[in-house]
Design a protein around this ligand. Sequence first.
Ligand code: HMG
Ligand code: MG
Length: 299
Amino acid sequence: GLPARVRVHEVGARDGLQNEKAVVPVEVKAEFIRRLAGAGLTTIEATSFVHPKWVPQLADAEQLFPAVAGLPVDLPVLVPNERGLDRALALGARRVAVFASATESFAKANLNRTVDEALAMFAPVVARAKEEDGAHVRGYLSMCFGDPWEGPVPVEQVVKVCRALLDMGCDELSLGDTIGVATPGHVGALLTALTGAGVPVDTLGVHFHDTYGQALSNTLTALRHGVTTVDASAGGLGGCPYAKSATGNLATEDLVWMLRGLGIDTGVDLGRLVATSVWMAAHLGRPSPSRTVRALSHQ
Ligand code: HMG
Ligand code: MG
């Protein structure tokens, strides 16, 4: 069976813009988030409170977050450590996300830590966010399928880190196919292993990058396994500066087109969303890679 409703976790403003060569002016970012909210998205990942030298594209988090904080939507932000959490909480963030890795290579490249050192760095972040501030905590897990340095990632390795993130107190997990190499059989195998290990399926979201054009098939597989939270990026923006082969995320428009056809409600107004991505593409100076945006616009 398929779910009646899917929650789209929009990551364009964070995962999308963190990977742009040109720094997008803070007012354009704020307007992008406002337009995404206007298109009916209710969870809009806004930015990251990471080290500004590691991700200069998001170094304006202190300016951006207050500019959008009044919107009637959830605005999760990434925080790698207590310094990031302090910065986010000081601005009133109510939803934060830590971001772990299933592989040692990416933990080192992205966080300058081993997998276990990164988990140790997150533990006080999750504890403080939840206990002191009652914030909702998402735990991302990158490289759940394949890793550019290590190749295919064993399912047991992923299950182990998922377990650690849940035991730490994360409210939800997002399974990242950071470099977009997953295929539906692998997605099914991982979800079966996770639920078999006692991970409740309603704590799981999926986060597919579309490098090999598999993101929609992978998403449909995840829905058939009971997943109802899907990450996507307006216009298919995205990538990760610390994983060379990462390209854009599953485009939100492509996702909404498929779900609409399946009769699954998302609350998203596809016309307004396409218009938003066309507007953003004009700012970035190149057309959106989303097939649905191209089909429904004249860009
Ligand atoms: P480090 O160099 O090991 O940092 O980086 P450190 O802990 O040794 O601290 C060094 C200095 O940085 C200190 O300053 C800290 O205060 C400062 P000093 O005392 O020397 O003057 N510092 C900070 N400043 C501001 N904000 C902070 C912060 N933290 C430390 N939060 C660190 C470790 C984690 C900071 C670094 O590796 C980092 O920022 N990494 C972030 C990388 C990133 O954002 N990657 C993209 C997001 S993940 C992704 O895209 C994947 C995802 O989409 C899912 C998927 O697709 O798989 C989520
Ligand atoms: Mg990503």
